[in-house]
Design a protein around this ligand. Structure first.
Ligand code: 13P
Length: 247
């Protein structure tokens, strides 16, 4: 059985005053039978993790090295030191803003697993790639390139985030989501064996909201969501957690 996961990616949003959103989420979902994860900016990690026991806290990136002369970067071990248990890697905004490749994502993921973090590895096609009917090839390449051999269902989560659905309000049809999630499951089973492949949680991400969450969570092989904009307030994120718990 895969435990469901509602994950929020705050991206470059959030100040000290936003930490009370965590108190509200914890109060509303203390009895929820799903995992809840928030990945705030690094500036809030330690204070957020000190504030909650119910909600897991994660980073949004880490360096592949453990320490050294890398100005502005943060290591997996530093994320753990700040209270993180997870880290998002290979997000399309890292790939676009910082030119990160599959090799970069895999090296970072290896460092994260070595340090003891759970890596949330993101894959997803652009609109041009979908329109050219290349979606499954792109996903296949990203999975092969970004996931390290040491990954399994305990230390890795895979998030399917079509680039064209992130922050746009556009959402793939449930058939399109199901096709990609089933494909990812098949690929993981082929690479890691059926048992491990079946144990990896698969999240959908891209314009998830309270209003569309239930239909997305009804799709096969969708084990939760990675939510951007609608994770920034307890008011917006709560209905998504409720829908996942009910699914
Ligand atoms: P939105 O939910 O804002 O579309 O962002 C999705 C995302 O990129 C989560 O990592």
């Amino acid at each position: 059985m895969r435990r469901k996961l509602a994950a929020g990616n705050w991206k470059m949003n959030g100040r000290t005053s936003d930490l009370d959103q965590i108190d509200a989420l914890e109060a509303a979902h203390n009895d929820a039978d799903v995992d809840i994860l928030i990945c705030p900016p690094a500036s809030l990690l330690a204070r957020m993790s000190a504030r909650t026991t119910k909600i897991a806290v994660g980073g949004q990136d880490c360096h592949a090295a453990t320490t050294g002369a890398h100005t502005g970067d943060i290591s997996a071990d530093m994320l753990i030191d700040a209270g993180a248990t997870h880290v998002i890697l290979g997000h399309s905004e890292r790939r676009t803003d910082h030119g990160e490749t599959d090799d970069d994502a895999r090296a970072k993921a290896r460092a994260a697993l070595d340090a003891g973090l759970i890596a949330v590895i993101c894959v997803g096609e652009t609109l041009a790639e979908r329109e050219a009917a290349n979606t499954l090839d792109i996903i296949s390449g990203q999975l092969a390139g970004s996931i390290p051999d040491a990954a399994n269902g305990t230390n890795m989560v895979v998030a399917y985030e079509p680039v064209w659905a992130i922050g746009t309000g556009l959402v793939p049809s449930t058939d399109q989501i199901g096709e990609v999630h089933d494909f990812i499951r098949t690929k993981l089973e082929a690479r890691f064996g059926e048992g491990v492949g079946r144990s990896v949680r698969l999240l959908y991400g891209g314009s998830v909201k309270g209003s569309n969450a239930a239909e997305i969570f009804a799709v096969s092989n969708v084990d939760g969501a990675l939510v951007g904009g609608a994770s920034l307030t307890a008011e917006a994120f709560s209905p998504i957690i409720t829908a996942l718990d009910a699914s």
